[in-house]
Design a protein around this ligand. Structure first.
Ligand code: UDP
Ligand code: MG
Length: 316
């Protein structure tokens, strides 16, 4: 049995925010006449958050809780929440009230226009400039430039996705931020919507500047996987064949000089060394391509493996 909307919320030490957020979500959703569920994923919190979650999910089958055995990170929490959801549309939102639940009906309106992914854009972002907004502007520019997916705010959690987008995608590291890239590669229609943003009033931010570098490394990894993953031997093998051809040319030059030039013994010709070097490197490159093929196939075949461990589940 499916329902219309699943609201998925990663929670890590947000005891002071959960109740407030929950009542705002209920209020926002009461304005639309549809079925929905709210899935909280407790990402190994060590505050009283889990008690709050148990009390709001008690006697309410549409509020579900997945509790992780330890902190596996926001991306793992999102991926577990999506996997346990039933909604045709999955809406992600942060637990800290920096995103405004009143924007959820607006995202839904946009999805109904036929889009597969509606991305929130925190145009007036209420975070520190130097450690957050500046790195984010640079990262968003780079991601757009490299992937050609034009969005202003990849990092905004508040986004609505058609269910299909999550199917067949495994998320690692900080990769939930790059979902629009995967989605667009698979032909999704994507649009952007300006959303409200508030400063954090309770609890602390869980991230520092280090996250920007992780996101950039993830970008590098998915670009490689996106363009060469299915055929790494073309990437390495291309170099390999080029080197081998250079080696053969160099070897022919050595032989020609030896037999047709007076006084040009092959063993004193530096081109002989070059020919041997290039041949070895070329051969190794092709072999590396084969190894990469094996790795890549393993990678794709084990994709079902989850990146988290679940301790308990409520209302499933
Ligand atoms: N979060 C999580 N696991 C983590 C870190 C964060 O589930 O390891 C959740 C956190 O509770 C919040 C959301 O992810 O709901 C965004 O975190 P935060 O507000 O700290 O990030 P920021 O808004 O500062 O980028
Ligand atoms: Mg926040």
């Amino acid at each position: 049995m499916t329902i219309d909307y699943s609201i998925v919320i990663p929670v890590y030490n947000e005891e002071k925010n959960i109740e407030d957020l929950h009542s705002k979500i209920l209020k926002a959703m009461s304005s639309i006449n549809s079925t929905f569920e709210v899935i909280y994923v407790d990402d190994g919190s060590y505050d009283k958050g889990m008690d709050v979650l148990l009390s709001i999910s008690k006697n309410n089958p549409d509020v579900k809780v997945v509790q992780f055995a330890k902190n596996f990170g926001q991306t793992a929490a999102i991926s577990a929440g999506a996997k346990h959801s039933r909604g045709d549309i999955i809406i992600l939102i942060d637990c800290d009230l920096q995103n405004d639940p009143d924007d959820i009906p607006r995202l839904i309106e946009k999805i109904k226009e036929g889009y597969d992914l509606v991305s929130g854009w925190r145009k007036k972002r209420k975070d520190p400039w130097f450690t957050r907004r500046l790195p984010s502007v640079i990262a968003n520019f780079l991601i757009s430039f490299v992937t050609r997916v034009k969005l202003h705010d990849f990092g905004c959690t508040l986004k609505a996705y058609r269910r299909g987008i999550f199917e067949g995608i495994s998320l690692y590291g900080e990769m939930h931020r790059l979902m629009p890239v995967y989605a667009s590669w698979r032909g999704a229609r994507i649009t952007e919507l300006i959303v409200k943003h508030n400063p954090r009033t309770a609890g602390r931010s869980k991230y520092g500047i280090g996250r920007t570098f992780k996101v950039l490394l993830d970008l590098f990894a998915i670009m490689f996987f996106g363009s060469y993953s299915t055929k790494p031997i073309y990437f390495f093998g291309g170099f390999g064949i080029f080197m081998t051809v250079c080696s053969v040319i160099s070897g022919i030059v050595v032989l020609v000089e030896k037999y047709y030039l007076p006084d040009a013994p092959a063993h004193r010709n530096p081109l002989l060394l070059l020919a041997v070097f290039l041949f070895l490197i070329g051969f190794q490159m092709v072999m590396m391509g084969l190894l990469a093929e094996i790795l890549m196939r393993t990678y794709f075949e084990v994709q079902d493996k989850p990146t988290y461990v679940i301790k308990s589940k409520v209302n499933f």
